[in-house]
Design a protein around this ligand. Sequence first.
Ligand SMILES: *Cc1c(COP(=O)(O)O)cnc(C)c1O
Length: 233
Amino acid sequence: MLSIEDNVNQIRERIANAAIRAGKQPEDIVLIGVSKRVDEDRIRRAVAAGITILGENRVQEAKGKIASLGTPVSWHLIGHLQSNKVKYAVSIFDLIQSVDSVSLAQEIDRRAAQINKVADVLVQLNIGQEATKHGTTAAELWTMLGHMSTFKHIAVRGLMAIPPYMSDPEDSRPYFGRMKELFEQAKTKNIPGINMQYLSMGMSHDFEVAIAEGANMVRIGTAIFGERPYNPI
Ligand SMILES: *Cc1c(COP(=O)(O)O)cnc(C)c1O
């Protein structure tokens, strides 16, 4: 069995190759180690192997981990955020990748204002329009960005998506391609306060296809940490 360090090195190499094939530099792609439901000992090993950004999907779980592991690394929220958790989320995360409605954005703006912070966020799209997934629709994106540009304590830094699961990652290519189109469109609109820097898409089984289609931020859990324990919640 490969160690977490071996996994990190292999993933880095695959990211580098995918970047070069896409005409980019390896360092153009930001790697998020998805540490949800992973114990602290294994997270420490990934950090020792060079992981600098960790992705968590629950505010409560992240709070404990951040308290004990600290912030030599950055922490991103990649899971759905409920409005009653915004207060904590705004104070502990460096990037909230899962903003999926104007009302959530408004609450983030309000809570960020209270602590004199400008919260960096990504807008999450439900690009496959799946009932089981969160995210705004492509049609709603422009209205949402328009509202968000008026919020002084939010800085939109890009877009995030989790396309429908496909056993053959090649089948996800059209979803990734659509995300890249929206990302480029959003750039050309030059909306004040909206900075389209990150396109966060691609997970363990499909990140190479995502990079080929234009992802510059990938979120990888299983391929670094191994299978996660069953989640009873
Ligand atoms: C769990 C999760 C990932 C990582 O998935 P893996 O298949 O384990 O790489 C990425 N993004 C989000 C939003 C997740 O919830």
